[in-house]
Design a protein around this ligand. Structure first.
Ligand code: FAD
Ligand code: SF4
Length: 472
């Protein structure tokens, strides 16, 4: 049913969506945010003023036509709303769940300060879920085959965006993935309680229907090199991500019970260790878990640990809540689930027993000093404030660097001192002809939407190169 022309009602309270009860969800891996029903979506959409200057759309890294899709939701034309989003973003069910809208579109929403922003992310998710569940999503049409071949290394959001854009233009695309599941961090990092796997699989299947080929268990650089790929493909796009863990560099980091977030999340999310022995991969966390870090990875690690049933999970962050890079909503969710936060606290050393098993962590209190290169105030240790926390396991989530295999095995591929592949910002071209790169392997750990934005921009440059006939 189509709604009447809109009379904007911004003063209705912003709807933040329903959530599973914290006391229940802290012991299951089901989705925490329950999404909007259609009535809630229409009411939330009615708050939008349909601004002609489109501040929300301009703030979106991929410029989703927000006022138009929100208006279509209001009118009950959800299929058309989904098509409107698809014009610029092929993965709204993913972005609607994990994008930091509070720093992009919702931060720019003109009603934000007075009434709270329109819940754009939740409306995006509603639109994508409704369209998927009601069979309203048809793969976009693809141009006739050009005969040109592109290989994407890695199957994370940046490669998925490249694959979608180039396939639509008629190029043949093959995605090579080192793991046994596709989706990159969307599959092995972000837990199912934030992003159900069927959502990621649906998007990968849509690309398959468009003709994209997916090959798993292929570690490019070892199973096949970039140079070898170049013999079969006109273009190679490297989207191998940033999964190399950064260590804390404190004594005792090799004790039993100390995990990198990458290992811990891969065990829990990809290998489904929480179902052991039904699955093959076990886990050990013991009674007291400490997670170190303040980003999304730390939050996901802490919340996964909580769901494994320890007595306590404590998160250590060396700055204050205000400086935490994690999404505000996820910090709140973590607090509701009973995770303890120790702000302005950093690890100094770990101590184990005679068998090398972790027992406790020495910590120090910090205070904020002058701003550092990131613009945030630098944490400075407070002399004499050391103390001990008991710990059976620790998950270290303090940052990740670009995966190094390809850089190490591809002669002539220029990388910076952090291992990030160097590209021409305008074209995403690397130092090697016909080889492009984007996403976290270039930026270091960033966001899903920036990885997709890189992929879209690279696809445009790749298409221009292929059209000019100068690849290989
Ligand atoms: P990735 O997603 O890392 O994908 C790279 C893929 O390449 C992987 O599948 C990897 O196995 C594969 N690969 C690596 N080397 C090779 C090789 N040699 N051969 C073949 N395949 C290879 N961002 C948000 O916007 N919102 C969030 O809520 C959020 N939460 C996050 C939570 C966690 C735990 C983590 C780790 C990150 C999170 N991020 C979030 C960041 C976001 O997920 C990344 O910025 C994004 O996934 C980067 O995309 P990518 O395609 O560049 O790389
Ligand atoms: Fe609607 Fe807010 Fe965008 Fe204006 S800025 S069009 S009110 S979502």
């Amino acid at each position: 049913m189509e709604n009447a022309p809109k009379k904007p009602t911004p003063s209705i309270k912003q709807n933040l969506g329903r959530h599973q009860d914290p006391a229940v969800r802290r012991s299951n891996f089901d989705e925490v945010a329950l999404g909007f029903g259609q009535d809630e979506a229409v009411t939330e959409a009615a708050r939008c003023l349909n601004c002609r200057t489109r501040p929300c759309e301009l703030a979106c890294p991929v410029n989703i036509k927000i006022p138009e899709f929100v208006d279509l939701v209001y009118r009950g034309k959800v299929g058309e709303a989904a098509s409107k989003i698809f014009e610029t973003s092929l993965f709204p069910a993913i972005c609607g769940r994990v994008c930091p809208q509070e720093t992009y579109c919702e931060a720019a929403c003109v009603i934000k300060d007075k009434f709270g922003p329109v819940s754009i992310g939740r409306l995006e998710r509603f639109t994508a879920d409704y369209a998927r569940q009601n069979g309203l999503i048809v793969p976009p049409p693809c141009a006739p085959d050009t005969g040109r071949k592109v290989a994407c290394v890695g199957s994370g959001p940046t490669s998925l965006a490249v694959a979608a854009e180039l396939r639509k233009l008629g190029h043949s695309v093959t995605v090579f993935e080192a793991l046994h599941e596709f989706g990159g961090v969307l599959s092995y990092g972000i837990p199912t309680f934030r992003l159900p796997r069927e959502v990621v699989r649906f998007e990968v299947d849509m690309l398959r229907k468009m003709g994209v080929k997916f090959l798993k268990n292929v570690l490019v650089g070892k199973s096949i090199t970039v140079e070898e790929l170049k013999k079969d493909f006109d273009i190679v796009y490297i989207g191998s991500g940033a999964g190399l863990p950064s260590p804390m560099n404190v004594p005792g980091e090799d004790l039993v019970g100390v995990y990198s977030s990458n290992e811990f999340l891969t065990r829990v999310n990809l290998m489904q260790a929480y179902k052991f022995p039904e699955t093959d991969t076990p886990y050990y966390i013991g009674k007291k878990v400490i997670v170190v870090g303040g980003g999304n990875t730390a939050m996901d690690s802490a919340r996964c640990a909580m769901r494994l049933g320890p007595e306590s999970v404590t998160l250590l962050y060396r700055r204050t809540r205000a400086e935490m890079p994690a999404r505000a909503e996820e910090v709140e969710n973590a607090m509701e689930e009973g995770i303890k936060f120790e702000f302005l606290t950093a690890p100094v050393g770990l101590e184990g027993d005679e068998k090398g098993v972790l027992k406790r962590m020495k910590c120090i209190r910090m205070e904020l000093g002058e701003p550092d290169a990131s613009g945030r105030r630098r944490p400075v240790p407070k002399k004499g404030s050391e103390f001990w926390l008991e710990a059976d396991s620790i998950v270290v989530a303090i940052g990740q660097s670009p995966n190094p295999v390809i850089q190490q095995t591809t002669p002539g591929l220029a990388a910076n001192k952090w291992g990030g592949i160097i590209i021409d910002e305008a074209t995403a071209a690397t130092s090697l002809d016909g080889v492009y790169a984007g996403g976290d392997v270039v930026r270091g750990g960033a966001t899903v939407l920036l990885a997709m934005k890189d992929g879209k921009a690279a696809a445009k440059a790749i298409h221009e190169k292929l059209a000019a006939g100068s690849a290989k």
